[in-house]
Design a protein around this ligand. Structure first.
Ligand SMILES: C[S@@+](CC[C@H](N)C(=O)[O-])C[C@H]1O[C@@H](n2cnc3c(N)ncnc32)[C@H](O)[C@@H]1O
Length: 257
């Protein structure tokens, strides 16, 4: 990455070129991270059985759920954002065993009690009373979350304070699962260095996650080109802009009937 001051105009041209995120697809970013102890798709694949009914809460564009479609019998992805559902349905392609429905985690009303063998959430809200209701006795919940220390230097630079929100959500989820008798199968955390390798990837990223806690909802180049430059100056190197990726993993099993 070229380490220099970028003008507002230069950054605006880059922002116009990189365009908007489609669904929850970050594949256009050039990044690197330190080795991590688990890979979400790998973990979920190891638990899925070909007979399983799967629910993915906060599915976004369904990218991860669809990538697992050969591993389960049928799946439903829910998201409260109609634009996400539009992208997810477009992404579904040949996977006729996956449906997408409009619903927030807190009100899974279209879904029957005990309908699912496995409930997934990745980087989306988990609401235990509802996920408990729709999971079969003996069923599994697999949740990868964003950790409270995620992107600490970026949060400091933007003056966003999402830490308490993540900690509270995580603790509430664990205590709500325990209160319903769910057994913790595995719990994990990692917090590794993460490099965003070039300026177009940084701009795409900040635009794409604006409003998702770390970057303010009102992010714009006009307002924040100074912050981008300050981050590049302080944390940029040949490797790119260095920040950190903090993730949590919870795997829990519902008690047998
Ligand atoms: C960070 S994205 C993750 C998408 C997807 N799970 C993935 O890992 O690619 C968060 C998703 O949660 C959805 N979401 C926001 N509030 C929600 C809620 N109350 N219930 C369920 N999903 C929600 C958003 O619309 C968005 O699609």
């Amino acid at each position: 990455m070229e380490l220099r001051e970028y003008t507002e105009k230069e950054l605006q041209v880059i922002a116009d070129e990189v365009g908007e995120r489609q669904g929850w697809d970050f594949s256009r970013m050039s990044t690197e991270r330190e080795p991590v102890p688990w890979d979400y798709i790998d973990v979920v694949s190891r638990f899925l059985r070909p007979t399983d009914m799967v629910l993915d809460v906060g599915t976004g564009g369904g990218e991860r759920l669809l990538s697992l479609a050969d591993r389960y019998r049928r799946a439903v992805g829910v998201d409260p954002d109609p634009e996400m559902l539009r992208v997810a349905r477009g992404n579904a392609g040949r996977h006729s065993n996956v449906r997408f429905l409009l619903a927030p985690a807190e009100r899974l009303e279209p879904l029957d009690d005990g309908a699912f063998d496995v409930v997934l959430t990745r980087h989306a809200p988990a609401f235990v009373p509802e996920l408990d209701r729709v999971t079969k006795a003996g069923g599994l919940f697999i949740c990868q979350g964003v950790g409270s220390r995620n992107m600490a230097n970026v949060r400091r630079a933007f003056n966003t304070s999402s830490e308490a929100l993540y900690v509270d959500a995580y603790q509430t989820m664990l205590s709500d699962l325990a209160a319903r008798g769910w057994r913790l199968v595995a719990e994990g955390h990692y917090d590794v260095c993460y490099w965003v390798k070039d300026v177009p990837s940084i701009v795409f990223w900040f635009q794409a996650i604006a409003g998702a806690n770390e970057v303010p909802g009102e992010f714009s180049i006009a307002k924040h080109y100074g912050v981008i430059n300050a981050l590049i100056q302080r944390f940029g190197s040949d490797l790119g802009l260095e920040t950190n990726e903090h993730r949590t993993l919870v795997i829990a099993r519902k008690p047998d009937a």
